[in-house]
Write a protein that binds this ligand. Structure first.
Ligand SMILES: [Zn+2]
Length: 97
């Protein structure tokens, strides 16, 4: 069974992002490094589902916010995706989706 990934929204920079489900009650924003309580889980699923959800949520919030993460053109979404996967790799053992 693949490890669950949570979709969370940072209370500081408002960015949606995926975090591996952990036993700890706090998490750290990948964008602004704000540590915060794990009390606002928007979605839970596989890494792939969560990445799609995160993209969708950030897109719904408009281009300005998306640009804050990464200057977004089509191409840059791949960079962001790679960045998310890098973070995940640090969080736990490498996984294949
Ligand atoms: Zn943040």
């Amino acid at each position: 069974m693949p490890q669950a990934v949570l979709v969370l929204q940072c209370g500081n920079c408002q960015t949606h992002q995926g975090q591996l489900a952990k036993t700890t009650a706090s998490w750290t924003c990948k964008i602004c490094n704000q540590k915060q309580p794990l009390n606002n889980v928007l979605f839970e699923g596989t890494g792939k589902q969560c990445r799609e959800k995160v993209q969708q949520l950030n897109m719904q919030r408009g281009i300005e916010e998306t640009q804050r993460i990464c200057d977004v053109h089509q191409q840059d979404e791949n960079i962001l995706r790679m960045k998310l996967e890098d973070e995940h790799a640090e969080d736990s053992k490498p996984q294949h989706y």
